[in-house]
Design a protein around this ligand. Structure first.
Ligand code: GLN
Length: 530
């Protein structure tokens, strides 16, 4: 019998509910159960793909090409599993399905309503993931905070599921914020109120995880327990820590795993968390530090590049180094508000992914500076495309070379729309997405990175290096070291470059895991760190 754990949030969004969900999964997996996770996003978008990263952070791409919420990235990283698009349920998908069914006549004669039709569709989606994954435990995180209007149908569906699946097979965890006042006092009232709201909706939590800058004071813990109708041992502290990867250890230390297993009637055995602890320990105690410049245009919201930042952490830990990131806003480079000589203080640079014109000339300028100064460069997706544009303009001498995305009338479209995109009308879910094979060329950096003929990485793009320019680029020293089955460049590098110059059309960061860093990021960081 599958067990469901529902995770809700209170007081504020952005509390780290995704980390608590992922940590809970990791702990249950470590005591021997198979675990999977679902993120529910109550917004009306069908998926995250059409949202600006400034709104919701990075769009996480799954193996099957789903454009999903960034929490799926946390789940994949903590649980060390691949998830599919079905693991991100949105209001948009639910209504889309219900309305299509209504039009087909499946509900003929009925008045179609939120309860039961919409709630039934929510439950059907959750159960279908449970069935397909055949996991012992399914974690279901509900985005937003309890009391949001758009979240109500999802909470109602959960309330019903608790009865239908049986209380021993379901568990509700509430994550809420206990703020610290300027006077230093830790306040519990917001937590109390959000629990009251949850109970008003009909959901009694089985555990409360309290986010706070500090550990919960004993008196406050007791107070929260009282107001949540719970014993004291069901209230857990989730204080600010040096790294998100420490959260499972902190929860476990407080008896969290045992409590949850007990409540669900699962057999408890002491988990072996030694590998994870070693990773966290190395991450927190680097032998030395390097500096990497992050050149992008969504730099004001760091979550826009979260998988890249995490991939760097994974690789840093296993190289025994710490990485300090310096954020360079490409628009500021473009407008000369940043002096490129600042890059001298860095050991290498990442040219970040992106879309559209804003900041693109700034990125190109930075690439030129880095290349001419022999600095290590790693370009991801758009970053790689702009490396090709820069090379075409400044080394090959193709004046006005550009990506057709940025200048539709460029005389030299060295980056152009993929043929598969010519007839695309709808913009949602239509890029070249997800995992595709890449054929690696022998005697290249790519070969040294992977050591295999065929590798798989995840993609999200409409444009590609134009095959018509490959000969001229290659005869000027640029090397295509990875190819898609259709004959498009996937990896580029420079022959004879003194450090490392590497561009990747796919996003290898999506597959990076704490205990198994991405080969490309690993190689890049290692070649800097020596
Ligand atoms: N805008 C580029 C494209 O569509 C790159 C996308 C990206 O960086 N993910 O091909």
């Amino acid at each position: 019998m599958v067990k469901y754990i529902f995770i809700t949030g209170g007081v504020l969004s952005g509390l780290g509910k995704g980390i608590v969900t992922a940590s809970t999964g990791l702990l249950l997996k470590s005591i021997g159960y198979s675990v999977t996770a679902i993120k529910i996003d109550p917004y009306v978008n069908v998926d995250a793909g059409t949202m600006n990263p400034y709104m919701h952070g990075e769009v996480f791409v799954t193996e099957d090409g789903g454009e999903t919420d960034l929490d799926l990235g946390h789940y994949e990283r903590f649980l060390h599993i691949n998830l599919s698009r079905k693991h991100n349920i949105t209001t948009g998908q639910v209504y889309y399905e219900v309305i299509m069914r209504e039009r087909r006549g499946d509900y003929l004669g009925e008045c179609v309503q939120i309860i039961p039709h919409v709630t039934d569709e929510i439950k059907r989606r959750i159960r279908s993931v449970a069935e397909e994954s055949s996991a012992d435990i399914v974690l279901v995180e509900i985005g937003g905070t309890v009391g949001d209007i758009e979240g109500l149908p999802f909470l109602e569906a959960i309330r019903q599921m608790r009865i239908e699946e049986g209380f021993n097979n379901t568990l509700a965890i509430h994550v809420a914020l206990s703020p610290i006042l300027p006077s230093g006092e830790q306040k519990t009232k917001p937590v109390q109120h959000s629990i009251q709201e949850l109970r008003r909706i009909g959901i009694q939590p089985d555990a409360v995880v309290v986010r706070s800058p500090r550990w919960l004071e004993p008196g406050n813990k007791a107070k929260i327990a009282l107001y949540s109708n719970l014993p004291g041992e069901a209230v857990y502290s989730d204080p600010d820590v040096d790294t998100i990867y420490r959260v499972p250890l902190i929860l476990h230390m407080q008896g969290y795993t045992k409590h949850i297993a007990g409540r669900l009637g699962l057999e408890y055995r002491e988990p072996d968390l030694s590998r994870w602890m070693k990773f966290v320990d190395r991450l927190s105690n680097p032998e030395r530090r390097i500096r990497i410049a992050m050149i992008g245009k969504y730099t004001k919201l760091r979550d826009s590049y979260i998988s890249i930042v995490e991939a760097l952490k994974h690789t840093a830990a296993w190289n025994n180094i710490g990485i300090d990131l310096g954020w360079f806003e490409a628009t500021d480079i473009e407008n000369n508000r940043i002096d490129l000589e600042e890059l001298e203080g860095y050991d290498g640079a990442l040219i970040l992914p992106g879309f559209g014109r804003r900041g693109s000339e700034g990125k190109i300028k930075a690439i030129r500076y880095l290349r001419e100064h022999g600095k290590p460069i790693l370009g991801i997706c758009f970053g790689m495309q702009l490396m090709v544009v820069e090379y075409a303009r400044n080394v090959v001498g193709l004046e006005g070379a550009n990506s057709r995305e940025l200048d539709p009338n460029t005389p030299h479209p060295v980056v152009d729309l993929l043929p598969s995109q010519y007839n695309v009308e709808h913009l949602g879910g239509t890029m070249r997405l997800g995992s595709h094979p890449i054929h690696i060329v022998k005697d290249t950096i790519a070969w040294r990175i992977y050591g295999r003929e065929v590798v798989y990485e995840r993609h999200r793009h409409r444009y590609e290096v134009n095959p018509r320019y490959i000969d001229v680029l290659e005869s000027s020293g640029l090397r295509i070291s990875g190819w898609s089955p259709e004959g498009y460049p996937e990896f580029i590098e420079l022959r004879g470059y003194e450090t490392i110059y590497f561009g990747s059309q796919p996003h290898p960061e999506f597959k990076s895991r704490p205990l198994q860093p991405s080969p490309i990021y690993y190689f890049f960081v290692k070649s800097i760190a020596g």
